[in-house]
Structures are given as structure tokens and as C-alpha cells.
Design a binder for this molecule. Sequence first.
Ligand code: NOJ
Length: 752
Amino acid sequence: MKTIQLLSLVLIAGWMFACNAPKGELDELDKKVEELLGQMTLEEKVGQMNQYNGFYDVTGPAPSAGDAKNKYDHIKKGWVGSMLNVRGAKNVREMQSLAVDSSRLGIPMIFGFDVIHGHKTLSPIPLAESASWDLEAIEKSARIAAIEASAEGLNWTFAPMVDISRDARWGRVMEGAGEDTYLGTRIGVARVKGFQGDDLSANNTIAACAKHFAAYGFAEGGRDYNTVDVGTATLYNVVFPPFKAAIEEADVKTFMNSFNIVNGIPATGNSFLMRDILKGEWGFEGYVISDWSSGEEMIDHGFARDTAHVAQLAAIAGSDMDMESYAYVKYLAKHVREGRVAESVVDEAARRILKVKFELGLFDDPYKYCDEAREKELIYHQDHMDAALDMAKKSIVLLKNENNTLPLSKEQKKIAVIGTLAKDKDSPLGNWRMAGEDNTAVSVLEGLEKYTSNIKYAEGVKLVTGPTAFPIELEVNETDRSGFKEAIRLAKKSEVVIMVLGEHGLHSGEARSRANIDLPGLQQELLEEVYKVNQNIILVLTNGRPLAITWADEHLRAIVEAWQLGTQAGNAIAEVLFGDYNPSGKLPMTFPRHVGQVPMYYNYFNTGRPGPDGELFYPHYMDESHLPLYAFGYGLSYSSFEYSDLKVQVVDKENVSVEVMVKNTSSVDGEEVVQLYIRDRVASIVRPVKELKGFDKINLKAGEAQSVSFKLSKKELGFYNGNGEFLLEPGDFDVMIGGSSDKVLTASFVLN
Ligand code: NOJ
């Protein structure tokens, strides 16, 4: 009795949530899709929902051989709609021909790949690119990645990752745009536009994928794949906006769900996320892919009984394509035949997938991306190298520059360069450089040596002792100090010491959470030893997440945040150090003083006990400041900027104009990111002390002043309550403008 009731409940749910055939007039494309759907067997429709890994690059736990061995046979039967990790024009052609020439209907497969920051020519890691706040450059970087990836046979990237994260311990912060929803939204839109271009059917554009839906960046303790527990107000105000904008503003074609739970339900089986919000409220017409085995993982979550149950739950919840769980291919047709899943659920998913394939032009020419001559011509094209250099320079953030220590004079004699990362040609490529070739970056040393022959190098300490290839864990050197002596000797007799320290490129990324966010291994010890003999140190940091470098900030004169900057890393760093490029990057994530402060972010709530400092009963630490080391939006330049004359005009009850004067008070031309924040002082749900709502990157000649204006409308002034209702409430607001979230001019206004 109980089983029958349960079964009918599931069935009803299946029917209720399933979208039926498109309503109203069908356009040409829909007609083609419907026609094809009409010819397909149930197994073929389910086949569209099945993706297999090509085993060129494994980007998750390896599936059992039993599952993999039937792969080619399945493709020929029309049971495989997509593959991931197959690339190269020739390889893709071969694989595609199995589907096109051997399957009954010859439906082409779509080939997905993690094209995250460049493809063969690597751009800075996404977190670094985000520090540029330069939307045009970021869009161009994604455009170039698409050009190279499409030349290698690919037509779909699993990017951009638009997860907001406030936890520097989480290794995947390197892959996103940082902690802020507004900045992350603008950057996410730019990236989707770059990948998808103006015409998705062109052979150099690829479908993008907004991932990971949703709240993956909120893993507890920053531990990848861990439990997530966020309230609905945070979901609506912080997590959702970049996803929603990717659809509304950039027509993103696909979504990926995530490994985590949201409100107790794994995202892959979460119909609130996929049916109610994404495909319901937001009207998303593309398709959703699961993350790697995230379907199967619902068993470990304690949500699904077995793989058959996974297939049922995930399909009904709206997960259209299965990556590496083998759940749909094994069980979904059976579920439909036996009445546990409505056939309309399968129809809807297949329809969504086929539509994207049509839009890509795969039915016109399944091999349109498989042109080896084009591949040869475009991979590592000089234009791509130039753009990667430009992007790398724009991504650098100057964190400290006491007494104008930087830029260095080109005539500088006796420069010591210390640190194993200075010579490393691999680490600058960062993680998620899937198609990248090991050791192909310009190292810092190589970049510097183009400027001067006055450089002597010492390794100091080895950072990593074991193998570094993905996905092997890094073995960090904790014991070998044998290189200290030479580094100290060299530092002693040098005028200036450039120390390149930080994380290896594979210290961040998927599954690369860290409980400490200081300089790994013996690097801090080396830094302090060198400092004892020469205090004229310039620290060049390379890292994929914010690091707690409080000692360095307190002792050193100059610190340059150089992330992992991709193929052209060393050239970009050298240009900044020698002053041929004036840095303008601003931090997209707060840098804490200590890991114990994490999660740390600028747009926190005031709480009932905000301070003042020095009181006992307010949210502070007894043993550390509650303030960050470097705030969100912070970053210096060789120029200096002054803000004045902040003016606010309330136009009507939902529109406000704001204006400010910005002056370059230095003798050096430079760029500044003018940032606008607001605070809604009293609202029906509490609002953060500050929220970014606009920015403008401007170029000012030495001594030049410019008025910068912003418009705030309902979209920027309002917020979501915990029920997902968007509200704009009258009352008092503050508006703050400055070159960093912690250094602003403030004015107030009232909305009636
Ligand atoms: C797992 C990651 O979470 C996801 O972002 C990626 O796209 C897939 N693996 C495929 O590599």
C-alpha cells in the first residue's frame, strides 16, 4: 500500500514538473527539434541525456571499467548525446563519426571541455582576471579561449564558474570572480558573451555553461564538496544573481548543477533549483548537466537508494544530462516504461539538448569544428599571446609600495631573485589549464632577464618535492633548508631582492582546499631569514586564493599580487616591476590577516553589536583584529587618485544619480577603478553595511581630473526577501564612492 502511494506521488510530481512541448507558434528551429524528437525511440531520447568521458583527461574519480567498456558501442546505438574530455580536431572527428555515421539517426554529439582560462594559450586564472575589473578584456579573453577551443574540435565549455565564495580556504575560488555578487555578475555575463559570441552557429563560438547551480561556493569550512547551509535571502541576493543574469543578459545555453545540498536536497535532485527557479521563474530554455557523478553521489548524501533511484530523482528534478553517473543510460528508459518517470520528462530534456545542438549548427555540419588546418593556424596565434599578456598585466594588484619602492629603475644594479616559483614555467599556468602544455609559461626570471643582465638567482627552498601533475596531490617541502645559505649569501650582496613566493599553481582548484592560507612550506621562514640580511625586498606573490601575509605586510616595502597569470606571466610581472605598465588591479576578494577570520567579506551585516572597537561585547577576536589585511576592491597604482565633490540627486522614487570627481594627483598616467557602494539603512530584512552597485574603470593622465557618474535604479536599490520577492523600500540610504571598499566618500539620500 505504502509503495503504491509513494509511486503515485512520484509520478504526479514527474508530470507536474515536466514541461510539455513548446506552447504556441513553433519557430523553424522548434519544428526541426519536434520533427526529430518524433522519430526517436525512448532509448535514443534518453541517449541524448547521457554524457561519457573520453578518458583523455579525467577530471573526476575514474569510472569503473565495466561502465566504460561499452562506450563506443553505446555511441553507435545513439545512446550518447555528448562527450567530455575529447579534444583535438582529429580526435573529435573520429568520435563524432561514430555517432553520425553509425547511429540510426546520426545525431551529432556535443563535445564539452573545461575551457576555464584560455585553452592552449592560457590567460590568468579567473580570479586574477577578475582583479582587472576590465569587462572588455575579460570578454576578449573568453572569446580567444573559444576560438582556440573550437579550433580543437570543441563546441561547449563548462564555464564560467559563477559561484560566489567568501572562503579563501576553498580551492575553487581561483576559478570564479571572487566574493562579490555585483562584480561576479558583470564578469559572468562578460565571460558568457565571450564564449558564445554574437553568433552561436559560427565555427569559432562555443556554448557556455553557468556553474555550479547552486551555492557550491558556500561549502562549510571551505572544504570542497562539503555541506552547504544557506538561507533563502542569501540564495536570492548573493548566490542567484550571476546565474540569472547569465540567462537574461547573455543567453547562456547550459547550466551545471553542483555536488552540494541546498536546503537538505542535493542540487542534482533539487527541483526547487532546477524546476521552480531556473526553468520556471527564470524561463531558462537551455539544458542542465549534472556535475561529474553528482547524480550517483546522491546515494552517499543519503537522498537516493541506488543508481536507479538516482536516475528517477535527477530526471524528475530537471537534471537534463548525466555526467559520469551512468544512471540515465542504465535506468531511465525502464523507469518510463514502468511508469515511474513520465515520458514527457525525457522529451523535455532531449528537446532542450537537441535545440542547443541545432543552434550550434551541428546538424548542418557535425564536423564544422574539426578542421585541422584551422587548428594549426589558430592555436597559440600571436594575437592570443598579445591578449594574454595584456590580460595578465591588467590582473596584477599592487598591494604595498612604501616610498615608491616600485617601479625599479632599469639601471638598477645587483638584483637578487629568490624563490623556486621565480623559475617555474609550469606553476603560472595555474589549475584548470586542461589543454595547456606543462612548462610553457614565461617564468618571472625569464621576464626579468629581458630587462637587465644584473640578475642573480637563488632557489632558496623547494616548494613542491613530489610530482605536480594533475590530479596527484602536491608534496610540499617542510624539511629541506639546504638552499637557504645560497639565498642569504646572494641577498646580502644585492641592492634589491625580488622574492617570488606563494602557492604552486596546483595548490588551488578543485579538491585543493587548504586549512592554512599562509605561504606554504618553508617560504615564510626563508623570507624572514633573507629579511635579516637585506630589508630591501620586493615580494611577488603567486597564488590562487587570498593569502594571509600579515608578516610580509608589516615588514616589507613592496608587495605585488601576481596570482597565476598564464602563458605570459613573467613578461607581465617584469613590465610592472620595471614600470612599463602601471598596475591598476583591485582585489576581488578580501585578504584576511589570519585564516581564523575566514569567511571574511566586505558586505557583512552590521549585527546588533557592531562595536565600537575596544569594547568587550562586540564581534571581535581576543587575539587578532577583526579587520582584513587588504579589503575587497583595494589595489594601488604608481599614480595616486583623489576623490572629491560627491553629489547625489534623487530623480524619483526609484532612480538616483550620483557623481564624483576623481583626480590623478601624481605625475604618472594611470587607471583607476571607481567603485560605488550603497547601504540601505533600514529595511524589512537587514541589509549589508556596504554593497557594490557600480564601477567604472577610467584612464587619467597625470594631473587630469574627471567627473564620473552613475545611475542607480530599482535593480540596484532593491533586494530580495527570504521568499524571493524583489522589494524596493523607501527610506534612508548611504552611497559610498572610492578606490577601495574601505576608503570611500559617503553621502546620504532618502527615497520616498
Ligand atoms: C567536476 C567539476 O566540478 C566541474 O566544474 C567540471 O566541469 C567537471 N568536473 C568536468 O570536468
